[in-house]
Write a protein that binds this ligand. Structure first.
Ligand code: ADP
Ligand code: MG
Ligand code: MG
Length: 874
């Protein structure tokens, strides 16, 4: 059987989106359920792909099918295409599989020419209408098909309106319209060096070509990239007989949502225009009226329309976005689709529809886009204020939220400002672990360098703090305490605002609004928890973050990093002493000073988590990160710890590494300096003992060793950990359940996970490092080329944001399989950035991990995404 490339609206339905596109499939569906849809047919997306395969030529078989269907349309309407006595006019409309509102082009009133316009005028006895339709057609065809900029037509129209002092297009009279059309035709002739095409058949095929071409116009391509819509889908073309909203005061056109798309309120929300054609509503030439007003102007049509909106919502079981036209009091439907909505509207609508019995809970859960949830958790700018704000620059939307404050360029200055109660924004070329305190005290963080997984981005997301990173237009002059964007200079103390959802940087203060996890949102979370299989933990390293995590529903801590604690208060001095120690004794002495601090840290976190599991990772980063690098700072340190400057400088230089990420870090630190982990284990165990003795709390610490690549490493360190812990427990004569496990973040560890599992009670996949090492992409530098990799479709996503399933994912699968073989009851989790990414979460669900761990503010997203993964894979 030969392929069918054209389907009549009578032969399609809503399940045929893939070939008919959303618009075509839904027009057919509306027809099927008996709603008034003007006759028409759809040229399939396969025809579009064939068009491109055939070097942008519409195949003759397809043309034949188009004319067969046009004949049918003539029969149904009693009008004839190109016949001046009873002209059939059509619209040529694009329609892709996934809706791309307004991204591609539409032509209305096709079939008009110098002759048929006269016929239309006589037939309707309405000259103004006929000529208004013709001038619209020339303009749209000129713009969409012939590529003549719209503003050139608009200019001609404007000049005639100005000449006659008209405010509205509807005031144009017979001779104005005639003049306008002649001028339009002159413009076309001047631009394309030939006359406006008069043959309707030629017009039709040219328009079909143009719609196919519009699939690859710049606007559509950018939209697809932004919304992750594949480029190979192609667009369908809908040819539909025209109905006219511009036939006088009993005609009109409008757009309506069955529920409010910004709040979710169950009340029709829309706009309409009397005596107008579709494009007028969106184009903003005339200000439309609220849909409620239609009730007074055309009560019968209004009531019928309301009835139809109920039918459509019941039928599709979702909020609909509907286009309609009223021709001489008769209602026609021209489009319906699932309405786009804000996160707030999405949760409200889903919960309402479950309560109304329209959908079940699982469907309700599936209706929410986890990516959107961010909007509900972070403050946002008040939309009105935002409209008036002055945009300075655009960076990466590294961590959501909205923040305003005074600009400061060092951590210390931010802290100073914050203690005075001022709102501060930390601006840096890029942040380092030394900036943590400043980041904590800032409202938001702005960096000129670094990608979505740069230090600033990861830490800010962890804190739930607004961050715009990699803002490359920014020239930060930290020494001058100012930054420049083009010719604008912002100096210390000036106000700026950051939008972490868009990456926009604005001048001055913009007012914000808060959102909370209550009402419908809380309900969706509750339902999600009842279906998900994955447990959700948080990455948190302070009591404050732990409390936030629990509030957001975390069931434990999957990653408690211990390095940030080392920067707090005055303990950095002890840390530095420890690092530069040249003898074991010196090192032990310095570590003794740190012990009480570490113990307090863990007590705080254990208490905040109230008995929930806490996985503590022992020290991981290269030691030189804790040392000062500027000469003046080194001098200060030398004085503080009473050592000669020259000597200290040599030690610090000695610690420098060419490639610190692959250097002396992670468990390697403990292989060479076991005292460090020994102190940390002591602190953990002593904290747990103290809580048991004083508060009768039953803590089961999970001690995690980073960067294991060889089972022997783990064996040695595990012995160290257990000996240290058991010695204390025996001394105190206390029993405590602690466990020891490891991160899987070096590819070798994944490949020999069975050997590793002999010494590990749990695995936690450190997918940031695992990605970095499996790909050989530096996390800190990949920002420079990753976009090009995405553009060239080498990677469809940033592999640091979404797990590379075919490569890194395979390592995870291997490790899961080997780990379970060696130790069937091994506990498996993941604590990399991917733990907050919905697609990656689905992968983790499928490979059978027990939990995911992500930054506190992503916990609700992870709960929802885990539930959706469970529902999808039931
Ligand atoms: P978009 O996808 O940009 O909304 P559409 O193809 O839906 O483009 O059409 C643009 C406008 O033209 C809409 O307002 C639509 O309702 C109107 N329109 C399309 N086809 C017809 C038709 N056959 N009769 C009357 N109006 C139409
Ligand atoms: Mg539309
Ligand atoms: Mg790591």
């Amino acid at each position: 059987m030969k392929n069918q490339f054209v389907y009549n609206f009578n032969d399609g339905n809503k399940e045929m989106k893939n070939i008919l596109g959303g618009k075509g499939a839904n027009l057919a569906e509306m027809k099927k359920i008996g709603l008034p849809v003007p006759p028409g047919f759809t040229i399939t997306t396969e025809a579009c792909n064939k068009y491109y395969e055939d070097n942008k030529k519409v195949d003759s078989q397809i043309i034949e099918e188009i004319y067969e269907n046009l004949k049918k349309m003539e029969k149904e309407t009693g009008k004839i295409f190109g016949n001046p006595d009873k002209p059939l006019l059509v619209s040529v409309r694009s329609g892709s599989v996934i809706s791309m509102p307004g991204m591609m082009d539409t032509v209305l009133n096709l079939g008009l020419n110098d002759k048929t316009v006269e016929g239309l005028s006589e037939l309707t006895n309405n000259f103004k209408f006929a000529y208004d339709s013709y001038r619209r057609f020339i303009q749209m065809f000129g713009d969409v098909v012939l590529g003549i900029p719209k503003y050139k037509f608009d200019g001609i129209l404007e000049s005639i309106k100005i000449k006659n002092e008209y405010e509205d297009n509807t005031e144009l009279n017979k001779s104005d319209l005639k003049e306008l059309i002649e001028k339009y035709k002159d413009l076309v002739k001047k631009e394309i060096k030939s006359d406006f095409p008069q043959d309707p058949n030629k017009q039709l095929i040219m328009a079909v070509d143009a719609v196919f071409d519009s699939w690859n116009n710049a606007r559509a391509t950018v939209y697809r990239n932004l919304n992750e819509i594949p480029h190979h889908l192609g667009t369908a073309v809908n040819i539909q007989s025209m109905v006219f909203g511009n036939l006088g005061n009993t005609s009109g056109t409008g757009v309506a949502f069955t529920r409010n798309p910004s709040t979710g309120e169950n009340k029709i929300f829309g706009e309409f225009l009397i005596n107008a054609q579709g494009e007028d509503v969106v184009a903003g030439i005339r200000t439309p009226k609220p849909i409620e007003d239609l009730k007074d102007i055309m009560p019968d049509s209004y009531n019928e329309f309301i009835k139809v909106t109920h039918i459509l919502e019941k039928h599709y079981k979702d909020m609909q976005d509907i286009e309609f036209t009223i021709e001489k009091s008769k209602l026609y439907l021209l489009q319906t689709r699932t309405g786009k909505r804000t996160a707030k509207a999405a949760v409200n609508i889903a919960v309402d529809m479950v309560h109304e019995g329209l959908i079940d809970k699982n469907t309700g859960i599936m209706r929410i886009d986890p990516k959107q949830i961010d909007q509900l958790l972070h403050p946002s700018f008040k939309p009105k204020e935002l409209e008036q704000a002055e945009l300075l620059a655009k960076g990466l939307p590294a961590s959501p939220g909205a923040a305003s404050g005074r600009v400061f360029f060092t951590s210390e200055d931010v802290i100073k400002a914050a203690t005075k109660g001022e709102k501060a924004i930390l601006v840096r070329v890029e942040t380092s672990p030394e900036d943590i305190e400043g980041m904590v005290n800032a409202q938001g963080i702005l960096t000129a360098r670094g990608g979505m997984t740069s230090h600033a981005a990861v830490v800010a997301r962890g804190m739930g703090k607004c961050c715009v990173a990699g803002c490359s237009e920014l020239r930060v002059e930290e020494h001058n305490k100012q930054f420049k964007i083009n010719d604008i200079t912002i100096t210390e103390g000036d106000y700026i605002s950051l939008d972490g959802n868009t990456g926009n940087v604005y001048k001055d203060i913009i007012e914000t609004q808060e959102t909370k996890m209550i009402g419908s949102f809380a309900k969706i979370m509750e339902w999600s928890d009842s279906v998900r299989k994955l447990q959700v933990r948080a990455n948190a390293d302070t009591p404050k973050d732990s409390i936030v995590s629990v509030e957001f529903g975390a069931e434990g801590i999957g990653l408690c990093r211990t390095e940030h604690m080392f920067f707090k208060d005055n303990r950095i001095l002890a840390v530095r002493e420890m690092i530069i120690s040249r003898t074991v004794e010196d090192r032990k002495r310095a570590l003794e000073k740190l012990l009480p601090y570490q113990k307090e840290d863990f007590i705080g976190i254990f208490e905040a988590m109230a008995g929930r599991p806490v996985t503590i990772r022992l020290l991981d980063p290269p030691l030189h990160e804790f040392l000062p690098h500027k000469e003046e700072d080194i001098r200060l340190l030398a004085k503080d710890i009473n050592i000669e400057f020259e000597k200290l400088k040599v030690i610090i230089d000695d610690l420098k590494e060419v490639n610190p990420m692959l250097g002396h870090r992670g468990c390697r630190l403990a292989i060479t300096y076991p005292e460090i982990y020994e102190m940390q284990v002591k602190a953990i165990i002593m904290a747990a003992i103290e809580l048991k003795q004083n508060k009768n709390m039953d803590i089961k610490p999970e001690i995690m060793i980073p960067l294991i690549g060889h089972s022997k490493e783990l064996e040695i360190i595990k012995n160290l950990v257990c000996n240290t812990a058991n010695r204390i427990l025996e001394n105190e004569d206390i029993k405590l359940n602690y466990s020891v496990g490891t991160m899987i973040e070096i590819p070798r560890a994944a490949l020999i996970a069975d050997e590793i599992a002999e010494h590990a009670e749990f695995f936690s996949f450190g997918t940031n490092d695992l990605t970095q090492m499996a790909l050989g992409f530096s996390r800190d530098d990949s920002g420079k080329f990753i976009n090009e990799y995405r553009e060239k479709e080498i990677f469809s996503h940033d592999p640091f944001a979404r797990l590379d399933q075919s490569g890194v994912g395979k390592l995870v699968e291997i490790a899961v399989k080997l780990g379970k073989e060696a130790r069937p009851d091994i506990k498996l989790g993941i604590c990399g950035e991917h733990g907050g990414d919905p697609q990656s979460i689905e992968f983790f669900h499928k490979v059978g991990l027990h939990y995911i761990s992500c930054s506190p503010y992503r916990v609700p997203i992870a709960r929802l995404a885990a539930a959706q993964s469970a529902i999808k894979n039931m």
